[in-house]
Write a protein that binds this ligand. Structure first.
Ligand code: DGT
Ligand code: CA
Ligand code: CA
Ligand code: ZN
Length: 580
C-alpha cells in the first residue's frame, strides 16, 4: 500500500497546528506539500529511502519537509509534530468540522478557554463564554451553536473519495485469499454514495472461516470488532469494514441484497411478491407451491442466485446499475426495459473547471495543459478564481489580471497537445452580481459562476439570475455544500434547471470528493427539466484530474447519459455551446 496518504495527513495536521499557534506562511507551505504528496503517483516511501533530494523532487517539498518525511519513515513519527500535539491537545478534526471554525479559531479558543473537544465547544458557546474572547463576537458564537450538530453527525461518515480507494484495497486483499471464488464491494460504496457509513465486502467461497481468519490478518486492520464463521467486522484506517462470505451459488443474491439501498430492495421484494416469487439474500425462489407464512428462508424452487443479472432476470427486469438503486423509479424502468444508457468515464473529453497558480492552484497554465493531455483529455479550461466575496488572502484575480492571463492561455494553447480555453470562476454575490466586468467576461471562453459566500438560506433566485447572465456558461458547485462541513444553499433545482436550460447555461457536477455538487438526486431533477450538466474536477493540480471518476459516478446516480453532459462534446461542439 502506498504511504502517501498517511504522510500527507500528518503534514496537513502539522499545518493546522502551526496555524492554530498563529504561525504565518509556513502552514500554507506544509498544506501544499501535503496535497502534492497525496497526489503523487508513486509511493513516497521509495523516494524517502533514496534520501532528501529524491523527496524534494516533489513540487513544493523543500528541505525541511523532506527531512520530516524521512524522519517519519525511519522512526515512525515526526518529533516536532508530537511536540505540537502536546502543546495543543485539541481534537482538531472534530472542531474544524464545525463550519466557520478553522485551526486559528481552535488555537484562540484553546488559549482563552482551554477548549479541546466538540462537547466543550458546545458548552462554552451555550454558556456565552465565546463572545467574550478577544476577536470573537455574538455572531460567531451563534454560528457555532447552529452548526455543531451538523458537524457531530457528519463526522461519522467518510467521504467517498477516501473510502473508495480504501475499499478497493480491501477487495484486492480479500480477492487474493485462498478459496475465494468471487469478491465484490457492496453497500453504499458500490452505489457511489457521496459519503460512506461502512465498507461492505461480499465474498463467494466454500471456506468461510479460513477466509475470515485470513482477512483479520490484513495489515491495515487496527482492531477486530467481530469475527465469526462467515462474517467479520474490523476497524481499518478509521473505517469499519464488513466482510461476509456466502456459498458461490448464492453470491449474486447476496451481492444484490447487500448492495442495497434498503429502499431499492423493498421495491424489488414487492415486485417479487406480485409474481409469486420470493427474493432474499439466498436467491430468488418460486413460492407458488409454498403455503403462506410457511417455510424457511430457502423454501420453494430456487430459480436464481449465482449471479446478480440472473436475480434481476428472474424478476423480469434488466440488471440495474448500482448507482441507480435508490428507489427513484429504477425498478419500474428496469421492468419496462427503459433504463437509461448511462454515461461512462470514457465519454468524457475534457475538464471545464480547473485552477492554476494564477489563483490558488499549484501549477502553471502550461503544466495544467500538459497534465490534461497526459490524462487523455482533448481540452481543458483554466478557470481561476476572480476576486470577490468568499475569496480571502488575495487569492482572486482582478479584471486586469484576467486580461493578462488570457494572453498567457493563448500562447500556451498554441503549443499544447490539447485545446486550452481561457476562463474564470467568478463569484455570485449575495445580490446575484457576477464579480467580473462584462467586457472581460465577453473575452473569456468559459465563464463558471459559483456561490462562495453567503451560503445559507434559499439560493434559487441568485442562481437563476446568474444562469440568465448572458456571459455565464456554467453554474459551479450550485449549492456550495461542503460534505461533512456545511449543507450549502437550499435550491429549487427544477426551477434553476428550467431557467438554465432556457438560457443555455450548464449546471455543474463538481467532482471534488469534498463537494459532489450537484448530487445524484438533484442531477436527476435537473436533467428531467432539460438542463445540460458539466462534470468538472475543480482540479488545483494535475494529480486531481482523476477525481473525474467521482463526478461521473455521481452523474450516473442522477441517470445521466453521455448526451446530457457538456464535456462529452467535441471541442468544436463545445465552442458552439459557449458562443450560443
Ligand atoms: P452506509 O454503510 O450507511 O453508507 O449504507 P449501506 O447502504 O452500505 O448500508 P449498510 O452497510 O448498513 O448495509 C449494506 C446493505 O445491506 C444495505 O444497503 C441494504 C442491505 N441491508 C442491510 N440491512 C438491511 C435490512 O435490515 N433490510 C434490508 N432490506 N436490507 C438491509
Ligand atoms: Ca455500508
Ligand atoms: Ca455494513
Ligand atoms: Zn474552483
Amino acid at each position: 500500500m502506498s504511504h502517501n496518504g498517511e504522510i500527507a495527513s500528518r503534514l496537513a495536521e502539522f499545518a493546522d497546528l502551526l496555524d492554530a499557534k498563529g504561525v504565518e506562511y509556513k502552514p500554507r507551505a506544509y498544506r501544499r506539500a501535503a496535497e502534492n504528496i497525496r497526489d503523487h503517483p508513486g509511493d513516497i516511501e521509495g523516494l524517502a529511502a533514496e534520501g532528501e533530494n529524491a523527496v524534494g523532487e516533489i513540487e513544493g517539498v523543500g528541505d525541511a519537509i523532506s527531512a520530516k518525511v524521512i524522519e517519519y519513515f525511519e522512526t515512525g513519527e515526526i518529533e516536532e509534530l508530537g511536540e505540537l500535539r502536546e502543546e495543543l491537545p485539541v481534537d482538531m478534526a472534530a472542531l474544524t468540522a464545525v463550519e466557520g471554525v478553522g485551526p486559528k479559531t481552535v488555537g484562540a479558543l484553546y488559549e482563552a478557554l482551554g477548549i479541546t473537544t466538540l462537547d466543550e465547544l458546545e458548552a462554552a458557546a451555550e454558556a456565552g463564554e465565546i463572545q467574550d474572547v478577544k476577536g470573537f463576537g455574538t455572531k460567531t458564537e451563534e454560528n457555532i451553536v447552529e452548526n455543531i450538530d451538523f458537524a457531530r453527525e457528519a463526522h461519522a461518515r467518510t467521504l467517498l473519495g477516501t473510502a473508495h480507494p480504501y475499499g478497493e484495497q480491501a477487495k484486492a486483499f480479500v480477492a487474493d485469499i485462498g478459496g475465494v471464488e468471487q469478491c465484490e464491494l457492496g453497500g453504499s460504496l458500490r452505489r457511489w454514495r457521496a459519503t460512506i457509513g461502512d465498507v461492505d465486502v461480499l465474498v463467494g467461497s466454500r471456506e468461510g472461516e479460513a477466509v475470515v481468519d485470513a482477512f483479520t490478518d490484513w495489515p491495515e486492520v487496527d482492531g477486530v470488532i467481530e469475527a465469526g464463521e462467515t462474517k467479520a467486522s474490523v476497524r481499518a484506517g478509521g473505517l469499519r469494514v464488513d466482510v461476509r462470505v456466502v456459498a458461490p451459488e448464492e453470491f449474486g443474491a447476496a451481492l444484490q441484497y447487500f448492495t442495497g439501498s434498503k429502499d431499492h430492495n423493498v421495491a424489488v421484494r414487492n415486485r417479487a411478491i406480485e409474481r409469486d416469487l420470493k427474493v432474499n439474500e439466498y436467491g430468488v425462489f418460486d413460492v407458488s407451491d409454498v403455503p403462506d407464512g410457511e417455510g424457511h428462508q430457502r423454501a420453494g424452487e430456487r430459480i436464481a442466485g449465482e449471479t446478480e443479472a440472473a436475480v434481476y432476470e428472474a424478476l423480469g427486469m434488466e440488471w440495474v446499475p448500482p448507482e441507480l438503486r435508490e428507489n427513484r423509479g429504477e425498478v419500474a424502468a428496469a421492468a419496462d426495459g427503459d433504463l437509461p444508457d448511462l454515461l461512462v468515464e470514457d465519454d468524457v473529453r475534457g475538464d471545464l473547471h480547473t485552477h492554476s497558480e494564477w489563483s490558488d492552484g499549484g501549477n502553471t497554465v502550461a503544466e495544467m495543459a500538459a497534465g490534461a493531455a497526459e490524462f487523455g483529455h482533448e481540452y481543458i479550461a483554466i478557470t481561476d478564481h476572480a476576486t470577490g466575496p468568499g475569496m480571502v488572502g488575495g487569492v482572486g484575480l482582478e479584471d486586469d489580471d484576467l486580461r493578462e492571463q488570457i494572453a498567457e492561455v493563448e500562447s500556451v494553447a498554441a503549443e499544447a497537445d490539447v485545446d486550452v480555453f481561457s476562463g474564470v470562476e467568478a463569484n455570485i454575490t449575495r445580490d446575484a452580481e457576477i464579480s467580473v466586468a462584462d467586457d472581460v467576461l465577453a473575452d473569456l471562453d468559459v465563464v463558471v459562476a459559483s456561490p462562495h459566500a453567503a451560503l445559507d438560506g434559499d439560493g434559487t433566485d441568485r442562481l437563476v439570475a446568474a444562469a440568465q447572465h448572458p456571459h455565464v456558461d456554467i453554474i459551479g458547485h450550485p449549492t456550495g455544500r461542503y460534505l461533512n462541513r456545511r449543507p450549502g444553499l437550499d435550491v429549487d433545482v427544477e426551477r434553476l434547471a428550467t431557467a438554465a436550460a432556457d438560457a443555455g447555461t450548464a449546471l455543474e457536477v463538481n467532482a471534488s470528493p469534498a463537494r459532489l455538487d450537484l448530487n445524484g438526486a438533484a442531477i436527476k431533477v435537473a436533467l428531467e427539466a432539460g438542463a445540460t450538466i458539466a462534470i468538472d474536477t475543480d482540479a488545483h493540480s494535475p494529480g486531481s484530474f482523476g477525481q473525474m471518476t467521482y463526478g461521473v459516478h455521481t452523474a450516473r446516480r442522477g441517470w445521466a447519459e453521455a448526451g446530457d453532459v457538456l464535456n462529452t462534446r467535441s471541442a468544436e461542439e463545445l465552442r458552439e455551446f459557449l458562443d450560443g
